[in-house]
Design a binder for this molecule. Structure first.
Ligand code: BGP
Length: 470
């Protein structure tokens, strides 16, 4: 193991999303988002209306407490803080004529607060939270009209924040739309959705992402726009070439999204895949040119798990993973939620993306979801002895150091949920990622007080020493 050497200007920090963090779902003129009607998590059936008991609506009240929370991030020495703008705070219905000034002002104040502490905002335009109206009045991203609504939203926030935000991500985990279409305002429980519809929706997001990149550059060429994907390094179950081919097919379905973002064209393997599935994507007249001319500045990704593939997966038992179920890897341990833990997989992903694109990379999510226990820490305070989280992060960051040594160009690392927030897959609080504990349980009970976990002090030292303490 080499001693990790991180670049001097490395962006250390943490990552969040509005719908898991802010709360205040009906304040400040905000409209409903699709998340507000999914109280049981990402893959659950939507409800007609949000209910009083819907914990997800509450987040952790960041909307009112952000100065206190940002001060804690600053105490850890964060250089960057990833948030998402809730689209429905800016355009409550998605298709409104005018933006909501109160929503715009909220993010203005939030960015000022970050800058006050010397932190760079990293902003996702769409983190699984499109306005609900786009799902109910339209067919979400299947409908081409949504591209224009997104363009208007992107233009509004780029113009407004061009001097406050340098780093932008277009769609969170853009490659998840095929397996989790609700992220794209597509409710399979409410409308009939074919596989072709999902790919059409994916195409619309790809075009919208390219258009957002174009608009950002026109407004202020200093703004840096990246795509964001779930990364899933995938191993072959056996040395059987058929298994290896299955790995490649699976990886390609995900590479397709970064390939199009970085190279601006549909790759041949994707065209073949779609053709053989009988899917013909409807291209608007300008789409090919838009994709070609507006490629991204950098590639960002989340990394939680690696996967195993075989050409005959039905012959194996499968287990839970991040969004996907898959064949368990006998060499790896898993989290309490069955997500297999593989630090070396992160080094592999970094090398793969770098070799493939030679574009700067940004790890914008990584971390361990775990159940934490609040324990007494002296007479009048509490903490969490989360050494398991420290072990996880340390092992991953050491591999990041190895990848940098391999020659990978990396802009930064934002661990997921630096302050406990509502889990995306379970919509509960008890799956925690934070360095900061938030006193709230799965029933929404608790003081909402914040407490520093052991990992808080550990991460502070990592940042202070620019990774030398790892
Ligand atoms: C990613 C999402 C995040 C986040 C993370 C952890 O897929 O982009 O929003 O939630 O996964 O997932 P979970 O909260 O389900 O543990």
């Amino acid at each position: 193991m080499t001693t990790p050497k991180f670049p001097d200007n490395f962006l250390w920090g943490g990552a969040t999303a509005a719908n898991q963090l802010e709360g205040a779902y009906n304040e400040g003129g905000r409209g409903l988002s699709v998340q507000d009607v999914m109280p049981n998590g990402l893959m659950s059936a939507p409800t007609p209306e949000p209910t009083e008991e819907n914990l997800k609506l509450e987040g952790i009240d960041f909307y009112h407490r952000y100065p206190e929370d940002i001060a804690l991030m600053a105490e850890m020495g964060f250089k960057v803080f990833r948030i998402s703008i809730a689209w429905s705070r800016i355009f409550p219905n998605g298709d409104d004529a005018q933006p909501n000034e109160e929503g715009l002002q909220f993010y203005d104040d939030l960015f000022d607060e970050l800058h006050k502490h010397g932190m760079e905002p990293l902003v996702t335009l769409s983190h699984y939270e499109p306005p609900l109206n786009l799902a109910r009045k339209y067919r979400g991203w299947i409908d081409r009209d949504v591209i224009a609504f997104f363009e208007k939203y992107a233009r509004t926030v780029f113009e407004r924040y061009q001097n406050k935000v340098k780093y932008w991500l277009t769609f969170n985990e853009v490659n998840s739309i095929i397996s989790a279409p609700a992220n794209g305002a597509i409710f399979e429980d409410e409308i009939e959705v074919s596989l072709a519809d999902k790919w059409q929706a994916a195409h619309h997001q790809l075009v919208a992402s390219a258009l957002a990149t174009k608009i950002a550059k026109e407004i202020n060429p200093d703004m840096q726009v990246g795509c964001m994907v779930i990364s899933m390094p995938t191993y072959s179950m056996t040395p059987d070439p058929k298994d290896q081919l299955a790995v490649r097919d699976f990886m390609n379905e995900n590479y397709a999204f970064t390939d199009i973002h970085a190279r601006g064209v549909y790759p041949g393997y994707l065209k073949r895949h779609l053709r053989e599935a009988g899917i013909e994507i409807k291209f608007g007249e300008q789409d090919a040119r838009i994709l070609k001319e507006n490629t991204v500045d950098f590639i960002s990704f989340s990394y939680y798990v690696s996967l195993v593939q075989a050409h005959n997966p039905q012959n194996y038992q499968t287990a839970a993973g991040n969004i996907f179920r898959g064949i368990p890897n006998p060499y790896l341990e898993a989290s309490e939620w069955g997500w297999q833990i593989d630090p070396i997989g992160l080094r592999l992903v970094l090398n793969d993306f770098w070799d493939r694109y030679q574009l700067p990379l940004f790890i914008v999510e990584n971390g361990l979801g775990a159940k934490d226990e609040l324990i007494a820490d002296g007479a009048d305070s509490f903490t969490v002895a989360d050494d398991y989280r420290i072990d996880y992060l340390k092992a991953h960051l050491q591999q990041v150091g190895e990848a940098i040594e391999d020659g990978v160009e990396l802009l930064g690392y934002t661990s997921w949920g630096p302050i406990d927030l509502v889990s995306m897959s379970t919509a509960q609080m008890s799956k925690r990622y934070g360095f900061i504990y938030v006193d709230r349980d799965d029933n929404g009970q608790g003081s909402l007080n914040r407490y520093k976990k052991h990992s808080f002090h550990w991460y502070k030292e990592v940042i202070e020493t620019n990774g030398a303490s790892l």
